[in-house]
Design a protein around this ligand. Structure first.
Ligand code: HPA
Length: 247
């Protein structure tokens, strides 16, 4: 396994332990990526980092240029992408502060530039998306979690919502009925575009809060930020172990 990129989500605009080699500004046919690519070494292994919401965390989920981000990574030679993302927990065991590696997606987003296959086509293309995440990369993440003593939940369905607002309690009830275990705003079209670009992609979901209505009371940014500090510390440990698995 070679050439890995980490797309950082909320609270994860920098990969602290990355020994930076160079930053690369990339212009793509789809416009500008969220930030320059940061190429560096993580525990001696080459890793590229891209903050999904921009270096200053200013791009909301529905405005992220997912196509440009993945184009930039593809053209930097990246074959494996880990999307780190904050999510809300729906299933009972998906508690704030924990990490999950989902295996399915339901897409509720709309109005996003979500495909490469729409203009100047020689033929209509339908990618297979039965299993939306790379199993190889999911297993690598789960093994890395074990190696680093981090408890990561194996599997679950990620419900991708539009945002930037959080959901209503009844929307979460519907997600639950649909079979969603987690809810986040950035999982799509990132995962399907990675598949269109023929890159291996997996999500490292950091549970930041109970989804709306699962617990009493409103969801506060303070609660989300506190859980993210804990969760992201685990992600950092896990990513260092991941570099040991990747050869
Ligand atoms: N819903 C959607 N996205 C999120 C949440 C949530 O509860 N928490 C963090 N990202």
């Amino acid at each position: 396994m070679t050439a890995v990129a980490i797309i950082g989500g909320s609270g994860f605009t920098k990969l602290k332990m990355l020994e930076v080699i160079r930053r690369e500004v990339v212009h793509t046919p789809y416009g500008e990526p969220s930030a320059p690519l940061t190429h560096g070494l993580l525990d001696g292994k080459e890793v590229t980092f891209l903050p999904r919401h921009g270096s200053g965390h200013i791009i909301p989920p529905h405005k992220v240029n997912y196509r440009a981000n993945l184009w930039a990574l593809k053209h930097a030679g990246i074959e494996h992408v880990i999307g780190v993302a904050a999510v809300g927990g729906i299933r009972k065991d998906m508690a704030p502060g924990l990490i999950a590696v989902p295996d399915q997606i339901i897409d509720y987003t709309y109005g996003r530039q979500h495909t490469l296959f729409e203009d100047d086509l020689q033929k209509v293309t339908h990618i297979d998306f039965t299993n939306p995440y790379s199993d190889k990369l999911r297993q690598a993440l789960l093994n890395a979690a074990k190696m680093s003593g981090v408890n990561a939940i194996d599997g679950g369905t990620y419900g991708a919502t539009q945002g930037p607002r959080l959901e209503t309690a009844m929307e979460v009830t519907r997600l639950q009925r649909d079979g969603c275990d987690l809810v986040g705003m950035t999982g799509m079209p990132e995962a399907s575009l990675a598949r269109e670009f023929e890159m291996e992609y997996a999500s490292c979901s950091v549970i930041a809060n109970w989804a709306a209505g699962i617990n009493d009371g409103p969801i506060t940014m303070k609660e989300i930020e506190a859980s993210l500090v804990d969760g992201l510390e685990k992600v950092r440990k896990l990513l260092v172990s991941l570099t040991k698995i990747i050869d």
